[in-house]
Design a protein around this ligand. Structure first.
Ligand code: OFO
Length: 164
């Protein structure tokens, strides 16, 4: 059985993962409406991944005979600015999520909750990958700028992202 403290912390993380999905869906729609179909696709795949992260934690709570407590999901912003800004915001968001995952990991350790610690290890590695891939996109966007042919080339590359 999972402790109430760990359960509450994981329920809060589920809400954050769901918020991440909302945020990336809104960003995707924003890029789509500026005809950046590739960036829109990349962000939509990311939204699907965030929902999968929430599901992973939901299954974990249920497997431990814990109680799933879903909360209202916050509304994402309505304005995002240019594509560079969208991906800078994505990187900031992922850095914040990394901090939350690290705190959860420390909590699991403090509680000697080995099962939670092992599950959270997956999320620690996932955050390394997420920050790295988004950081690369931000670097590429800075290199090409948001005018001219370079950004359309990047857009077509982003459109090739496979669904996980
Ligand atoms: Fe779930 O990793 Fe991004 O937020």
């Amino acid at each position: 059985m999972i402790s109430k403290t760990m359960q509450d912390a994981l329920n809060a993380q589920i809400n954050l993962e769901q918020y991440s999905a909302q945020l990336y869906l809104a960003m995707s729609a924003h890029c789509d409406s500026s005809s950046f179909k590739g960036f829109a696709h990349w962000l939509r795949v990311q939204a699907i991944e965030e929902t999968a992260h929430a599901m992973k934690l939901i299954d974990f709570i249920l497997d431990r005979n814990g109680k799933l407590e879903l909360q209202p999901i916050g509304a994402p912003p309505k304005e995002f600015g240019g594509v560079i800004h969208v991906f800078e915001k994505t990187l900031d968001h992922e850095k914040g999520i990394t901090g939350r995952i690290n705190s959860l990991f420390e909590l699991a350790r403090a509680e000697k909750d080995h099962a939670s610690e092992i599950t959270l290890q997956w999320f620690v590695s996932e955050q390394v990958e997420e920050e790295s891939s988004v950081g690369q996109i931000v670097d590429q966007l800075h290199a090409v700028g948001d005018q001219g042919g370079g950004i359309w080339y990047l857009d077509s590359k982003m459109g090739k992202r496979n669904r996980a």
